[in-house]
Each structure stands twice: as structure tokens, then as C-alpha cells.
Design a protein around this ligand. Structure first.
Ligand code: PMM
Length: 286
């Protein structure tokens, strides 16, 4: 079967003939949707391996919660959480990415075997990040970001969210390339839920092909996010909790794969692994 959708590739990473599945391991006591469960190194490594067994192509390890309103974790604590888990998973042959806004954490994680740096601030939070990633010569996720978790709800103001996110991502792309990162190593991400309300997130999901026009592979991370809670809420009832949003997440995974996403980042891998395979089979039949 020939691939009908061009998802792009990031230099230095494996190539998949379908949308890839990035499984999430949050080594945090307070993450948005799975915090506290994988806080211990051994449990976190085991969880990452389980995600691979369930169909994850790569595993994203993070030690700092970015849920709206979260306060920042101390750098030493972040290192203590993340580095042993990265090392343990890389030693088992897993393709590991590190989810961090700090250059030192990124550099230490790469030394420990991470092959992708996923910075939700796109290099804005730490001025040392872009030079560190350029020097490490690893792929870099540039996510759309307007500010830290404490401030991001007040920053969710757009006239036209798709146009503005595109323009702001383009500016960040230019900046990180000017900072020395190989353009062929860059992945872009609309940053669902980051300084965005539910209608903004839905509009971005509806317009993913336009984000592909940035010319870089697209990572989509809808997993368990608030906008899905809004979509699923029954009239007059509060939204279902994060853990009850996995079927909705898999639905977005299928839509994103069909729209040309390079990868989807999810907490519950099994259903999304099926979703991207179905999307691939449909593409092959087109
Ligand atoms: N969202 C979260 C964490 N890391 N990384 C990327 N590239 N894109 C995202 O949208 C993103 C991310 C927050 O979700 P979690 O705390 O539930 O994992």
C-alpha cells in the first residue's frame, strides 16, 4: 500500500507509514489527567513499557505538570523525576521523548537516551533551550504557547484562532531555526488546551490541514483535555472526569490521523493505536 497522506518526517526519528502514537508517562504527583499514578521510577518505566506493548511508537516522559493553574516544579526535582525514567525506557530500546521547558532537563534527558525534546513553550520558557537542542542535534517539538499555566486562561483571547495560532507558530519556527535548530528536525503542535477554550481547540482540530501548511510534521495532543469534557457533558451535568475521556480521545486520534497528523500524544494507547490503524487502512483504500 502506498501512503496517500504526506505527514512529513523529523530527521533523526524513525519513520512510520501511518500517524504515530506517542504514549504519555507523567512522572508527577499532580498532572492534569494521570497525575500521581506513575510517580515512582520503577512504576513509571513499567508503565512506559506497557504503553509500548499496547502500541505506542514512542513514549513522552514529563516531570512537570502543565495543567491550567499549575505552579512550576523545581529544576532539581524535575531532573530527579525524569532522568531515571528516560534512562530506563531507552535502555529497553524505547524511542523516548522528554517533555520539558528546561534546557538542562532536556540536555540531561538526551544524555540518558531521549531522542526528541518536546517543549510546550516552543523554546520561550528557557532562553537556553534552543541552543541546547541545536547543540544536541535532536528533533524538537515547537508547540503553540502564550504563557505559563498560572496565566494561560487569561491569554485565551483570539479573533481568529486558526490564523493567529498559525502566525504565532510560524514566528516561533523562524526563531528556533535562527537559533540554530535544523528545520528538518522540527515538529509543530497547536497546543490544544494551552491558552485556549473549548471552541478554540475544536476550531484547531477542524483546521489541522491548514497547520500542515507550515511544512513540518504535526503533533496533536488532545488526550483527556477539557474541550473533550465540554463536548461530552450532558445537559445540566458537569463534564466527565479526565479518565472518562479516552473514547473521545481516540475519536480525535482518528480525525487527526485522517487530517495528516504525524503523531498523536495520548495517555491511553490501545484505542488510539487502533484508531490510527483504521485511518491508515481507510487511506490505503482511497
Ligand atoms: N499537553 C500536555 C503536556 N505536554 N506536549 C505537547 N507537545 N502538546 C501538548 O498539547 C501537551 C504536551 C498537557 O497534558 P497532560 O498533563 O495531560 O499530559
Amino acid at each position: 500500500m502506498s501512503t496517500t497522506i504526506d505527514r512529513g518526517t523529523a530527521r533523526g526519528l524513525p519513520e512510520w507509514d501511518r500517524c504515530a502514537v506517542m504514549g504519555v508517562v507523567n512522572v508527577t504527583p499532580d498532572s492534569f489527567s494521570d497525575g500521581g499514578r506513575w510517580f515512582d521510577t520503577t512504576a513509571a518505566v513499567k508503565h512506559g513499557l506497557d504503553l509500548v506493548a499496547e502500541g505506542a511508537d514512542l513514549v513522552d516522559v514529563g516531570g512537570e505538570s502543565t495543567r491550567p493553574g499549575a505552579t512550576r516544579v523545581d529544576e532539581e526535582e524535575e531532573l530527579r523525576r525524569v532522568v531515571p525514567v528516560v534512562r530506563g525506557l531507552a535502555a529497553e530500546g524505547v524511542t523516548v521523548s522528554v517533555d520539558t521547558m528546561r534546557a538542562r532537563v532536556a540536555a540531561r534527558a538526551v544524555e540518558a537516551g531521549a531522542v526528541l525534546v518536546n517543549d510546550v513553550s516552543g523554546g520561550l520558557a528557557d532562553p537556553a533551550m534552543v541552543p541546547a537542542v541545536a547543540a544536541a542535534e535532536v528533533p524538537f517539538v515547537v508547540m503553540h504557547w502564550r504563557g505559563f499555566s498560572q496565566d494561560m486562561n487569561s491569554l485565551a483571547v483570539y479573533d481568529d484562532v486558526v490564523t493567529e495560532v498559525l502566525a504565532e507558530l510560524r514566528t516561533r519556527l523562524d526563531a528556533v531555526v535562527a537559533g540554530g535548530i535544523d528545520p528538518e528536525r522540527i515538529v509543530v503542535d497547536p497546543g490544544l488546551g494551552f491558552a485556549k477554550l473549548a471552541p478554540h481547540d475544536l476550531a484547531l482540530v477542524a483546521h489541522l490541514p491548514e497547520l500542515r501548511a507550515l511544512g513540518r510534521p504535526l503533533l496533536v495532543a488532545a488526550s483527556r483535555k477539557r474541550f473533550l469534557g465540554h463536548v461530552l457533558a450532558r445537559e445540566g451535568a458537569s463534564p466527565p472526569p479526565a479518565r472518562e475521556r479516552d473514547a473521545a480521545t481516540a475519536a480525535v486520534s482518528a480525525l487527526a490521523a485522517h487530517a495528516g497528523a504525524w503523531a498523536v500524544r495520548v495517555h491511553e494507547v490501545r484505542a488510539t493505536a487502533d484508531a490510527v490503524r483504521v485511518a491508515r487502512a481507510v487511506e490505503g483504500a482511497a
